[in-house]
Design a protein around this ligand. Structure first.
Ligand SMILES: [Fe+2]
Length: 148
């Protein structure tokens, strides 16, 4: 069952970041499905690990992009990333430590809300800087066109 779906309204104007966001949404949906259908510990464990790792990988990528486009609010955004990363890691670690109830509806709701809220509010806020960088056609460092 799809509990969260990517839509054009979520587009931040970067194909790379949009693709990451689709993957993250997909992983949260997979986690939801695995819980709902009572999948084994191994299955849940691998989905949780992939989610936690992908979140970190994606945030790092997004932080580099924010720097390249000169997004002025990036310090607050990065702080927000660290908090979210810690939360996802804490859920994974508590679950691995045997606290099975940590993955209850509340946590899944948090993950879904976090994804849609973060993408819709925090991430969409840097879209104008992506568009401005595209208009300039380069990163300003003489290195040619940016991969956005
Ligand atoms: Fe972000």
């Amino acid at each position: 069952m799809v509990v969260l779906a990517w839509s054009e309204a979520y587009s931040v104007g970067s194909a790379m970041i949009d693709s990451d966001h689709r993957i993250l949404i997909n992983l949260v949906n997979q986690l939801h499905d695995a819980m709902e259908t009572g999948q084994s510990r191994d299955v849940l464990c691998s989905v949780l690990n992939v989610l936690a790792e992908y979140v970190e990988h994606h945030f790092h990528r997004e932080e580099l992009l924010m720097e390249r486009i000169g997004y002025p609010e990036r310090a607050t955004h990065i702080q927000n990333h660290r908090e979210l990363e810690n939360k996802v890691r804490a859920v994974r670690d508590r679950w691995l430590a045997g606290e099975r109830q940590v993955l209850d509806d509340e946590v899944l709701t948090f993950l879904k809300r976090w994804l849609s809220d973060h993408i819709l509010r925090a991430d969409l806020a840097y879209r104008p800087w992506i568009e401005a960088a595209e208009t300039r056609g380069g990163s300003g460092d003489g290195g040619g066109a940016m991969t956005l």
